[in-house]
Design a protein around this ligand. Structure first.
Ligand code: GAR
Length: 205
């Protein structure tokens, strides 16, 4: 499975996926390209160090549709079959979503549907929840909305701020994202509307 990863910043989730592919934890796959909308994203250098081709597609005052069309064309050029958003901080256009039906994943640092959008850790702390975490989900045209693949819960401690909470959640993000991509690469997932189930493996399979 050829994977394309979109980043805007640090790229630690991208590195987790790329290392899992390299080490065989995600089977029969290859990270074909890392695309960033920010030319200075620190993750770009990390991708190059891992020997992965990188492409920068900045917005350049274009519409979302025009910008996304160029990204889609780069991904298709590299034969990408699964797109992973990894700290990619832009909403995708309908055209982008339609180009990869049920083939775009995102990770978000909260237990969706709580605390969508920006500053999820701060939102969780301000709300006063005792449990937060992270969610890997399919991407549709709505913000942090598509069908959920898996979630990991993380305790919110007294005295946590956004920084301390994010440091504990990010470790689970890496594990959750790798596991979600592994399940897809291994063909273990069945999608029924909003419900994403693990395929029952029988001896006849
Ligand atoms: C991660 O915490 C990810 O969940 C979050 O940005 C961070 C990127 O870190 N994404 C969102 O908030 C998307 N709404 P990374 O660049 O080190 O993977």
């Amino acid at each position: 499975m050829k994977i394309g990863i979109l980043i805007s910043g640090r790229g630690s989730n991208m590195v987790a996926i790329a290392e899992a592919v390299r080490d065989g934890a995600i089977p029969d796959s290859d990270v074909a390209v890392v695309v960033s909308d920010k030319s200075k994203a620190p993750g770009l250098e990390k991708a190059r160090e891992l020997g992965i081709e990188t492409v920068v597609v900045t917005r350049k005052k274009r519409s979302r549709e025009e910008h996304d069309a160029e990204i889609v064309s780069e991904l298709k050029k590299h034969g990408v079959e699964l797109v992973c958003l990894a700290g990619y901080m832009r909403l995708l256009s309908a055209g982008f979503v339609r180009a990869f039906p049920n083939r775009i994943l995102n990770i978000h640092p909260s237990l969706l549907p709580s605390f969508k959008g920006l500053h999820a850790h701060e939102q969780a702390i301000q709300y006063g929840v005792k449990i937060s975490g992270c969610t890997v989900h399919f991407v549709d045209e709505h913000l942090d909305h598509g069908a959920i693949i898996l979630q990991k819960a993380v305790e919110v401690r007294d005295g946590d701020d956004a920084d301390s909470l994010s440091k504990r959640i990010i470790v689970h993000e890496h594990a959750a994202y790798v596991e979600a991509v592994r399940r897809i690469a291994a063909g273990e997932i069945v999608i029924k509307g909003r419900r994403v189930n693990t395929k029952a493996i029988t001896h006849d399979d």
